[in-house]
Design a protein around this ligand. Structure first.
Ligand SMILES: Nc1ncnc2c1ncn2[C@@H]1O[C@H](COP(=O)(O)OP(=O)(O)O)[C@@H](O)[C@H]1O
Ligand SMILES: [Mg+2]
Length: 369
């Protein structure tokens, strides 16, 4: 019998690899059922995509999923979106062509390609200069489909912060706002600062068009059970102390919790021995070092210094006189550095405390200092 590894990190997780998030799932499903548009932002690798796809998998709604990461201009957006809509809402290429001829105002020039396993991908032939109208037509597709079939459609825009680079935010909003509750839009974003700006700034196109769904780290209690179970499923054992050390470093951040657990799992014969957790962390820091270094290098000297101050002060009372003196900061310089770090999404501010968005970056920096 082939048993899958109990821990997984990288892409979307489902089924046995998906831990908890039951509260978020039921809230999201309820919001979709009511026809709300939903905004969800959290750092990269926090489990946004996994959460939304798992929630949608539990509903009967047809859904369209588009990841904006990697889309470079309006034309590509149109084609990728058209392809995503076609694939999701129709079962065969012939049906897609027919359906869109029926529900689209214009007679589209659709071409269909098949990959090696016979999966179709759809392209919309565009005439130069036509893309202005075509964007609207394509954006209206899910809505027209919902009307035509008299059923709700859900559209997920993943990595939606990228929209600001495409120059189509205004247009998107002006089309989507007419889709009422027959289409629910879910906007996922990895850059809190950009997403907040898009959705909570009075002068920005998406202002107040969504309900914000907060997503938290997964609780220690849920992780404990998940990790213990993962080892047990392969006749291995891990004690609570080791689990707590993992969680103390990952801070419940999903990707790292899985990555560390996986590393330790790989080292374990039948029981986790003292020292294995530290060895696993050292190995992971080695693998992530390049990433952390480039993160570090894109900061200004003052921002770097401010991060050291944040670590020293554990993120609280950072403007205390002695703290600032220790790092020879004036309060205005510190304020500016902190604002820069917030805008770069390196840190976050909640309940009068500053946090690193990436717990392993913090851990790496602590070791460095
Ligand atoms: N609910 C979950 N339970 C367990 N691990 C998770 C969960 N959500 C995310 N992860 C871990 O985090 C990684 C990244 O998840 P993903 O959904 O791609 O995050 P995001 O979309 O926020 O970048 C996954 O590969 C997995 O290791
Ligand atoms: Mg994602």
């Amino acid at each position: 019998m082939i048993t899958r590894k109990p821990f997984y990190y990288g892409g979307v997780v489902a089924d046995a690899h998906f831990c908890n998030r039951l509260g978020e799932i039921s809230e999201l499903i309820a919001d979709i059922d009511t026809g709300l548009n939903v905004l969800l932002y959290a750092p990269r690798r926090f489990g946004k995509t996994s959460l939304v796809l798992n929630a949608l998998g539990r509903t009967k709604h047809a859904y369209v999923f588009l990841d904006l990461m990697g889309i470079v201009d309006e034309r590509e957006f149109i084609n990728e979106y058209f392809n995503a809509v076609s694939k999701s809402l129709t079962s065969t290429a012939d049906k897609a062509v027919n359906l869109f001829k029926k529900i689209l105002g214009l007679k589209p020039n659709i071409s269909v390609d098949f990959d090696a396993s016979g999966n179709p991908s759809f392209r919309l032939g565009l005439l130069p200069g036509e893309s202005k109208n075509v964007l609207k037509e394509v954006l209206d597709l899910p809505y027209k489909y919902a009307q035509y079939r008299n059923q709700k459609v859900v559209v997920v825009f993943d990595e939606f912060q990228e929209v600001v680079n495409l120059g189509i935010a205004e247009k998107l909003r002006s089309v989507l706002q007419h889709h009422g509750d027959s289409v629910s839009y879910i906007f996922l974003g990895s850059k809190k600062s950009i997403m907040k700006n898009l959705f909570f700034d009075k002068n920005k196109p998406f202002y107040k068009s969504v309900k914000h769904l907060p997503i938290d780290k997964i609780s220690d209690q849920d992780w404990r059970q998940y990790i213990r179970q993962g080892f047990a499923s392969h006749q291995k054992q891990i004690d609570d102390e080791a689990i707590d050390t993992i969680l103390g470093i990952s801070k419940g951040f999903p990707y790292y919790t899985q990555q560390i657990a996986n590393e330790i799992f790989g080292m374990t014969e039948d029981k986790v021995e003292p020292g294995m957790v530290q060895a696993a962390i050292t190995s992971i820091l080695g693998k992530e070092e390049d990433l952390f270094l480039s993160e570090w290098e894109r900061l200004s000297q003052l921002q770097k210094k401010a991060l050291k101050l944040l670590i020293h002060a554990s993120g609280v009372n950072i403007y205390a006189k002695e703290t600032m003196a220790r790092f020879s900061f004036t309060s205005s310089a510190l304020k500016k550095a902190v604002e820069g770090l917030l805008a770069k999404d390196v840190i976050d501010h909640r309940a009068s405390k500053y946090y690193f968005q990436d717990p392993l970056f913090e851990f790496w920096l602590r070791r460095l200092s």
